[in-house]
Design a protein around this ligand. Structure first.
Ligand SMILES: [Cu+2]
Length: 394
């Protein structure tokens, strides 16, 4: 695809208009949903974008990454070279049947599961080495969970005791670090050997939405390989206005050593250090909620519980076409700390945030990381409000 001839922007007809300058990948995914007969429009923009990225590749580039010892002489120019990196990007790689694969993909369930009854909530988490798909037709050799990446959403009530049993079916030691816990890490987050299980408990006293992840070294690699998930700790009843829909989104990046189209790609440490992902996703798969939108009825309160698993990039959460009625930055759930009427809120790597929207007008409302490279790399979904002509029924 990188050899696709460059197209002039003027050759792209009837590019859809929107309040945001939305990238090629977004329109490719959107085209699937909206049923544009001109799906090629999005694809053409997408290929142009790929070509632009391809221009940055050169044999000389790796030398630029090896920064010279004389930092004063290097100045900002070398820095710019480093961030441009010249690393080979596989962003946007897609087989010819990508649209069919996107439609056939079973999306990660974003709906928050129910809380278990009683004072003790028990969860079994099983780690395993498995191939996952991170985008249509793009396979990745992950260290993940039995269901893929992210791991299952854990939902508890403030005051519950949480019992975690971690079973390691992988080939190397792993562990689990719960950001919602106040507990000695050397005791609870210790390495679990292959074939073994480990159980620990903590009391969920702090409401919010938190990351959990493998904390075994090198942590960057264990997280980038898929070993993360979200835990929601509900505040006491009555603290938050009741939501009609609770959707959990785990943002993350994928760093690939190949395009993953023929054989599974593996982790690329150089790209991870350069923070140059190939794909960025909500719940592990590029654009899955574009092909399979989340839904609400007009006027309903939709609450997004967002975790950014990283491993390294922030998520600038934004819903196109509306404004947050309430935002709980960093997952601070105290109502008098909430923000109102704000457009975009950063969710830091390793952090969370909670966002309420109430949309009256039927339509398709994209939710994105408004750091727009993330959108081109797959961190985009749709909230379908009410009945929208020309979209799938669900
Ligand atoms: Cu691990």
């Amino acid at each position: 695809m990188a050899s696709h001839p460059a197209s002039h922007p003027a050759s792209v007809p009837t590019r859809p208009r929107a309040s945001d300058s939305i990238g090629g990948a977004f329109w490719m995914f959107t085209a699937i949903v909206l049923g544009f007969t001109a799906a090629a429009v999005g694809l053409a923009a997408f290929l142009m974008w790929l070509d632009a990225r391809g221009d940055g590749q050169s044999a000389a580039a790796p030398a630029a990454i090896e920064a010279p010892a004389d930092h004063h002489a290097a100045g900002t120019a070398v820095h710019a070279h480093t961030t441009a990196a010249g690393l080979e990007s596989f962003a946007g790689a897609a087989p010819e049947n990508a649209q069919d694969l996107a439609a056939a993909h079973k999306p990660f369930p974003a709906e928050m599961p129910a809380v278990q009854a009683g004072p003790l909530a028990k969860f079994n988490l099983v780690l395993t080495d498995r191939t996952v798909e991170v985008a249509p037709g793009v396979k990745y050799s992950a260290w993940a969970w039995e269901g893929g990446a992210p791991g299952p959403v854990i939902h508890v009530q403030k005051g519950q005791t949480v019992q975690i049993t971690l079973t390691n079916k992988g080939a190397i030691p792993h562990s689990i670090d719960f950001h919602a816990a106040r507990i000695a890490p050397n005791v609870a987050f210790k390495d679990v050997m292959p074939g073994e299980s480990f159980t620990f408990r903590f009391k969920a006293n702090d409401p919010g939405v938190y990351m959990y992840h493998c904390g075994t070294k090198p942590v960057l690699m264990h997280i980038a390989n898929g070993m993360y998930g979200a835990i929601v700790v509900d505040p006491e009843a009555g603290v938050l206005p009741p939501a009609d829909h609770d959707y959990v989104l785990v943002a993350s990046e994928w760093y690939l050593n190949t395009d993953g189209l023929n054989a599974p790609a593996e982790f690329n440490l150089t790209k991870a250090h350069a923070r140059q992902p190939d794909w960025m996703t909500f719940n592990g798969y590029a654009g899955q909620y574009v092909a399979h939108p989340l839904t609400a009825k007009p006027g309903e309160l939709v609450r997004f519980w967002v975790v950014d698993a990283g491993p390294s990039l922030d998520t600038d959460f934004h819903v196109v076409g509306t404004i947050f009625d309430a935002a709980y930055p960093f997952g601070d759930m105290k109502p008098d700390h909430a923000l109102h009427g704000v457009q975009t809120v950063t969710v830091p790597a390793g952090g969370g945030g909670v966002f309420d929207v109430k949309i009256d007008e039927p339509g398709l409302y994209p939710f994105v990381s408004h750091a727009f490279a993330a959108v081109d790399e797959g961190q985009v979904g749709l909230l379908k409000v009410g009945k929208v002509d020309g979209t799938m029924s669900h």
